[in-house]
Structure formats: C-alpha cells, structure tokens
Write a protein that binds this ligand. Structure first.
Ligand code: FES
Ligand SMILES: [Fe+2]
Length: 439
C-alpha cells in the first residue's frame, strides 16, 4: 500500500482519478488474451440497438484492444494540409501511446512518421507544431530530412553503421480535399476508402483548402471513453436540452429523409439546394457504409454560419464561394472525426483516446488565409458557439461515464429515429473489432 501511495503522490490529481477509475476498479479480466475472447463474445452477443455492456466503456484491457484493433489499424483523421503550408512545417499527434509527426516535404507532399528516434527511441519533435529545416532528435542530435532519411548520426557509430536502414518509420498517409488521414497499421484497412476520398475532394473543391489558415484551436480533455464522445456526437436527441447556443443556427435533422422532417423543412431544403446547384456547390447526401458520410444541410433560415447570432464569422468567403448561406457541409469519418464546412470558415473535430476513461477532443477553426484577425474575423466570436457546445458535451459524456461505471448500469435502448447515428457507429465499431481480431 505504501508503494502505491508513494506512486500516487507523485502524479497529478487528474491521474489519480484516472487510475482509480480505470485501473483499480475496472479490471474485469485476468489477462489480455482472456479479454480478447471476452470482447468477441460481448460484441457478438450484444443486444442490437442497445448501448454496450459496461466493460466496453471502462475496462483498461478492452480499451487496449480498441487501440490495437481500431486506432492502430483504421484510417484516422489527424489534421488539415493548410496547417502545414510550406516545407518543414509539422504538427505532432499522439495516437494513444504512439507519437506521430506529420510534416510537409520539400516536394509539397505530406509525410507522416512515427515520432520515435531510430537511435534509442526518444521523441524527436517535442512541440505541438512548428517548422524545421531537418528533424533533429533532441537527445543525441541524430538528424533526419523531411522524407525520413537519416542524414547525420554523429561520428561515434562506427564504420559498419548503415545510415540507410535507420530512417524514420513511415506512417501511411492519404490526403483529399485538404484532409490528412493516417493509418498506423501494416495493411490498408479497407476497400472503399479511396472512393470516399474522391468524393471528399469533389465536395471540398469549392473551399480551396490550401488557401485557408488555422485561425484557432482548442484541446479539450474529457473524462469519458472515446466511444461515448462519438456516440454523443452522433445524435441530436440531447441538443434541445443542452445546446442553446448551437440551436440558434443548427437544424437538428441532418437528412431530408428523416421521418420527422416537416413539409416546411423539406421545402426550405429544396430552395437552398437550388441556390447551391446554381453555384455548383455539391450538397447531396453520400455515404460510404456507416464509416463516412457527407451531406450539406441548410442552417436555420435567416442565419449564415454557426456564430452566436448566425451572422458572418469572417468577412472573406472561402475559395470560390459566393453565397453566405451555404449551410454546413457535414462530414463524418469514423472512428474519430466530424466536421462543419460553412461559407466563411470551417470547423474540424478530432477525437483521440487517452485511456479507458479519458479522451482528447481537438477543435480547429479555419478561415481564408488572407483574412486578418481583428479586421475580417474575431477569434472569440468565431469559437464561441462550439466552445460552449463542446463543454456542454464534455459534461454529458463525463456524467454518462460515471453512470455507466455504476454497478446498476445495464445497456439501454437507442431510439431508432433520434439515435440511428449512434446505432450505425456501434455497428461499424463492432464489425471492425471482430473482423480485425479474427485476422
Ligand atoms: S535517441 Fe535520438 S539521437 Fe539518441
Ligand atoms: Fe452535443
């Protein structure tokens, strides 16, 4: 006990909570192998259209399997190409315990590498984002270029040392429409990802993402399992009770086929669709299984973008866009992103798991690259609605987690009309885990 206390006093209060919740109370399985079998059993026997059994939301072993089978194997959204506009610009990202760096190469391409030195493994880029000529490890100054080749390893490695075989370990990367996706797995996960990317390219073309810039970002720490964060995003059942700022502009239905859609709503959608067609702005709903969907939906009549009063967020419209009332192009990418593309700014969201009950939610707001802060846009105004909404969602997610941890929790039913997006997400998750575990 003393040793344990000795450990705890040296870590932050946040970690004590995480340890108490994750490690001390919630270990349900004697080993990872048993946990793998149990996971398959829990998923194959789960009640359809119901929330998941408790261990899938809080057990550290099952969390580790989530990381291994989803976050280390599937395509993940990490950021936008306009965050790293020129050679040597980079950002770093942590996929659970895997540090990754994403860097713009001299030839203009976007490269991704494990941010782990090939000498003794130190992280190389320590900052969240920055600009480098070469990638220099801070430990013993091994130096790599932006293609990952080792250029310099001091003079102490001996004549036999092979520089060529000590390049940075690459991470698969694909870009489309300004989005950057990475995959940590050895194999490409599935077949129709390129089809989605082609559509994403087409839908994002009017935005000319290369001529946008990151205006501001937020990183929100949430004490909830990553699946609860995504589940919360996949339904707006909770919106009326929790999101007054968002509902100034957001229409809760995100599909004209929604059974709740009124004739007035459908007529409004049709009118807006005609306006967008006249400008050659893609808007039709496209799905690529449950993993990806794109759809442009109008915002509330009389509003332009998701600001507190629906008025413009930036004076400069993006790309070739001329209509301020472009609604929002909603882009879903499972397992970790949803996005709102509007006329004068766009907002991207990235969800990354930290532990069974901890998640990082990153939100980034982009404007035209020539827009001037304080003149064309105001950062506080731009972020106000989603800062409020994110925090409201964080509390919902954390309370959901705490309730699930109770011994009284049992899976509950989803509404097929309000929560179909959650059902779709969990079906995708369950299928991917089972398929990946059986490979
Ligand atoms: S660990 Fe990177 S140079 Fe030694
Ligand atoms: Fe919400």
């Amino acid at each position: 006990m003393e040793a344990l206390l000795g450990h705890i006093v040296n870590i932050s209060e946040k970690k004590i909570v995480a340890m108490t919740q994750n490690d001390l109370l919630n270990v349900s399985y004697p080993s990872l192998d048993v946990a793998r079998n149990e996971m398959t059993k829990l998923l194959s026997e789960r009640r359809e259209d119901y929330s998941l059994p408790r261990p899938l939301y809080n057990d550290p072993y099952l969390f580790r399997i989530d990381v291994e089978e989803i976050f280390q194997k599937e395509w993940l959204f990490v950021g936008m190409t306009s965050e790293i506009p020129s050679k040597g610009d980079y950002f770093t990202v942590e996929i659970a315990q895997n540090p990754v760096l994403v860097v713009r190469d001299a030839d203009g391409s976007v490269n991704a590498f494990h941010n782990t030195c090939r000498h003794r493994g130190s992280r190389i880029c320590l900052e969240h984002r920055g600009k480098v000529a070469n990638l220099v490890c801070p430990y013993h100054q091994w130096t790599y270029n932006t293609k990952g080749n080792l250029l310099f390893a001091g003079t102490e490695m001996g004549d036999e040392f092979d520089m060529k075989s000590h390049g940075l370990r690459p991470v698969k990367v694909k870009t489309a429409g300004g989005f950057i996706f990475i995959c940590l797995g050895d194999e490409e996960p599935d077949s129709n990802f390129d089809e989605f990317l082609a559509t994403l390219e087409e839908y994002m073309a009017p935005y000319d993402v290369e001529n946008t810039k990151l205006a501001v970002e937020s990183n929100m720490y949430e004490k909830a399992n990553w699946k609860l964060v995504i589940e919360n995003n996949r339904e707006c059942y909770h919106c009326a009770g929790s999101h007054p700022e968002l509902l100034n502009t957001l229409l809760e239905w995100d599909d004209t086929t929604d059974p709740r859609a009124t004739p007035e709503f459908l007529a409004y959608c049709e009118r807006m669709a005609n306006e967008w067609d006249a400008e050659n702005i893609p808007h039709e709903h496209k799905s690529f299984g449950p993993r990806n969907r794109l759809v442009r939906m109008p915002l509330k009549e009389g509003t332009q973008v998701m600001t507190i009063d629906g008025s413009q967020g930036s004076d400069k419209l993006l790309g070739r866009i001329q209509n301020r009332s472009l609604g929002s192009l909603r882009i879903l990418h499972l397992p970790n992103s949803w996005n709102h593309m509007q006329s004068d700014h766009f907002i991207v969201f990235r969800v990354l798991p930290i532990s069974a009950q901890e998640t990082m939610v990153t939100t980034k707001w982009f404007v035209h690259k020539d827009a001037v802060e304080g003149v064309d846009y105001n950062t506080d105004q731009l972020r106000q609605v989603w800062d409020a909404t994110n925090d409201q969602d964080r509390i919902l997610g954390e309370e959901n987690q705490r309730g699930i941890n109770s011994l009284s929790y049992e899976p509950g039913p989803y509404s097929k009309t309000y929560e179909f997006g959650v059902i779709d997400f969990l079906n995708w998750y369950s299928e991917r885990i089972q398929e990946n575990l059986n490979k």
